[in-house]
Design a protein. Structure first.
Length: 485
């Protein structure tokens, strides 16, 4: 007891002395940011003591974080990106301090190996980038994404209790944002034109919002399957109804399609056909690309610049979509065609990560130009698979497709191998969410964003943990990390 009291007294003296020193330095040098140092040190110390709490705080912040732009080329998502950096650094230091926190077998898991190969190829493409500084920034951000959503979960998710807590925190946080959005959207009479304004400051637009929202629906269905209490089941059903209503009112065609493909993925996993479905999808897409490229057939689908506009009425918006008169659809064609033409020039290493905007305009075909083609937002190609092929070459796309295929394989394999209903539910839910993420990324490029990219990497770490925990190895008997005293 005396030793413990002396330890706490020493801590109090240290942080008090640090605060006084930084306060005097701030006043003397008139550099008032120095006063933040003791608070940062206290935050790091508290995080080290309660390392799980830091990860839970990051998950809670994901739906609430807002994008902050400092300039046209520099921005961040606050506070989750700062928490990602802190979490990645904290857990990396913890891993160095206690290597046994991450069992050696996990480090050599096929999914981790494929992820490492994919990341290594990204490093190679940075060396050949047309804009190396931009690519290096991308690579650094990727490091703390992987640290926060792969390394940290592999250390934290040792028991069912911590997995449940993490999933519950994330899903409730998103549900709260959905409720706030619905209340705000009510002021706009739930119109298509008012949805983006209702989302501020949490989401940039309805595409990002709906992409994260649709991924929450399988999670609540998972809760419904695992819960036995009627009162909790009623609450979960109510939450599912709210999420479905919110998804409909998001007016996001990609997310609606993702909901459908999610149900298809569930059926395919149940029938042990998910890999056949995945391979068939890849073959169909490749065949379609070759067909539409042959004899410049794509030129037949060029739109009329004068009639391609943005529609505030959603019915007109849907009609314009299938008539190729919707500006967002037309602009996608404009960028996709430019992107496919770019691949021919750098098929091996690509143009470099995060450099699409800097390079695509000379490759664009004027026949597909729209009134938003000047692209003041510096947005990218709106197809993550094409984006990888353009920026990281064909090998980068192949590595990514192999990683996805392996993740889908493990989702199905673990669903049938696991005897525990909890891990069976985790496996199939993860597979469904993964297919949803792939669907929205066929029409967008959201893997590198905080809202959807975090879910993608969490899916990977969840599959690795489920595989490890259902093998009956040391993780099953390991105790939860509450901190280092």
């Amino acid at each position: 007891m005396i030793a413990k009291a002396n330890h706490k007294y020493s801590q109090l003296v240290f942080f008090s002395a640090l605060f006084i020193l930084c306060l005097l330095s701030a006043v003397w040098f008139e550099e008032y940011y120095l006063i933040t140092i003791p608070f940062a040190a206290l935050f790091v110390y508290a995080g080290w003591q309660y390392i799980n709490v830091v990860f839970f705080l990051l998950l809670c912040s994901l739906p609430f974080s807002a994008e902050i732009r400092f300039s046209s080329t520099l921005g961040t998502d606050f506070p989750d990106e700062l928490l990602m950096l802190f979490t990645a650094g904290l857990f990396f230091c913890y891993w160095l301090y206690s290597p046994k926190a991450l069992p050696g077998k996990i480090s050599y898991h096929p999914l981790i190996v494929l992820l490492a190969i994919t990341f290594t190829w990204s490093i190679v493409t940075v060396l050949f980038s047309t804009h190396q500084l931009v690519s290096v920034k991308f690579l650094l951000a990727k490091c703390w994404y992987l640290g926060a959503f792969v390394l940290a979960p592999l250390i934290v998710f040792r028991e069912k209790k911590t997995i449940k807590t993490a999933i519950l925190i994330l899903s409730i946080a998103m549900l709260l944002v959905v409720l706030v959005t619905l209340v705000r959207h009510y002021k706009y009479d739930f119109t298509f034109a008012g949805i983006n304004e209702s989302l501020k400051p949490f989401f940039r637009n309805h595409v990002n919002y709906s992409a994260m929202l649709v991924c929450m629906i399988p999670i609540f269905f998972g809760f419904l399957k695992l819960e036995n209490t009627k009162r909790i089941k009623y609450a979960v059903v109510t939450a599912i109804v709210i999420l479905l209503i919110a998804l409909f009112l998001s007016y996001a065609r990609g997310a609606w399609l993702a909901l459908i493909t999610g149900f298809v993925a569930y059926w395919l996993i149940k029938k042990r056909m998910i890999m056949a479905g995945y391979i068939a999808s890849v073959v169909i897409v490749i065949a379609t690309l070759f067909w539409i490229k042959a004899d410049d057939r794509y030129l037949q689908y060029a739109h009329d610049y004068r009639t391609t506009i943005f529609h505030e009425d959603f019915r007109e918006h849907l009609q314009a979509t299938y008539e190729f008169k919707d500006v967002s659809t037309a602009e996608r064609f404009y960028r996709w065609i430019a992107g496919i033409r770019m691949i021919k020039d750098n098929p091996l290493t690509g143009f470099g990560p995060n450099t699409f905007y800097n390079n695509y305009k000379p490759y664009a075909v004027p026949a597909f130009k729209t009134w938003v083609s000047n692209n003041p937002d510096h947005s990218t190609i709106h197809n993550y698979f094409l984006l990888i092929a353009i920026e990281q070459g064909i090998p980068g796309l192949v590595f990514f497709l192999l990683l996805i295929g392996a993740m889908l394989y493990y989702a199905q394999h673990l669903y049938y191998r696991a005897k525990d209903i909890f891990y069976k539910t985790i496996a199939i839910t993860t597979g469904v969410i993964l297919v949803m993420i792939l669907t929205v990324n066929f029409l967008s490029d959201l893997i590198e964003t905080d809202k959807v990219g975090s879910l993608f990497f969490l899916c990977l770490s969840m599959l690795v943990i489920t595989d490890s925990n259902t093998r009956g190895n040391a993780l099953n008997s390991a105790t939860d990390i509450q901190g280092i005293s």
